[in-house]
Design a protein around this ligand. Structure first.
Ligand code: F6R
Length: 242
């Protein structure tokens, strides 16, 4: 595992965007995995800049997002699909239907939302590069501490900690959904390469545990130690306990 440390958050955003931009042009039909959250916003802004300047194109690229709240159609203010449209998809030349976000709304059954999503990823030949953020308790996707490493795409009940962390995007904690559909650790480890972006001192301790402690389901991000092609992009605050 490689760790790249940058002075500032902006430095992380630029480096991550440059890395993703270089990778997605490396082969035709590149398949990219994407996260939502505060962490990747800066990287998405830089990718949009590159497209606007004519330096990058998303034509021919397929994307798969990590997760979505269960029951969300995608147009709710906090929906991850809406986030992705606002931060990336509506501002780049990605083709209609080429971006995918898990969906378990309306009549969609849990099986369709989980196995269906997994089959769609497999149908595209798997994910070439997955971009991850990390939660304050070491979660990746919505894989909370204690989630078995063997799970593929699945429905998950959210922990109180994650609901608290995410409540900043809602009017109150009561409005935060209690369940989500997420790629599991098995889905993440199946990606051919991964980057994880981590910023800020609040995540420093858990990042150090994840990267230098034992590989344990108690700290989901620690599994990245076992991935042959994983790079961590961190600012110096997040890296301060390494
Ligand atoms: C979001 C996701 C989550 C976030 C994590 C960090 O799609 O998969 O694991 O990456 O909760 O969130 P932020 O970046 O808001 O600190």
């Amino acid at each position: 595992m490689e760790i790249r440390i940058f002075e500032t958050e902006a430095g992380v955003d630029k480096a991550a965007a440059d890395y993703v931009a270089a990778r997605i042009t490396e082969k035709k039909g590149f398949v990219l995995g994407l996260p939502t959250g505060g962490t990747p916003e800066g990287m998405y802004a830089k990718l949009v800049d590159k497209v606007n300047k004519g330096e990058l194109s998303f034509k021919g690229i397929t994307t798969f997002n990590l997760d979505e709240y269960a029951g969300y159609k995608g147009d709710e203010p906090q929906a991850y699909l809406r986030f992705m449209k606002e931060h990336l998809f509506d501002h780049v030349d990605i083709e209609e239907g080429a971006y995918n976000v898990p969906n378990m709304s309306g009549d969609t059954t849990e099986k369709e939302a989980t196995y269906g999503y997994e089959n769609k990823i497999a149908g595209k030949g798997g994910i070439d590069l997955m971009v991850l953020g990390m939660g304050g308790n070491g979660h990746i996707g919505f894989n909370e501490p204690g989630t078995p490493f063997g799970l593929g795409v699945h429905r998950v009940e959210l922990t109180e900690k994650t609901r608290q962390d995410n409540s900043r995007f809602f009017a109150s904690i009561d409005d935060v959904p209690t369940a989500a559909i997420t790629m599991g650790i098995r889905s993440i480890m199946n990606c051919r390469s991964l980057i994880m972006i981590v910023k800020g001192s609040a995540k420093a301790k858990v990042l150090a545990q994840a990267l230098s402690g034992p590989v344990t389901e108690d700290i989901p991000a620690s599994v990245l130690q076992l991935h042959p092609q994983a790079i961590i992009f961190a600012d110096k605050e997040a890296a301060s306990c390494l």
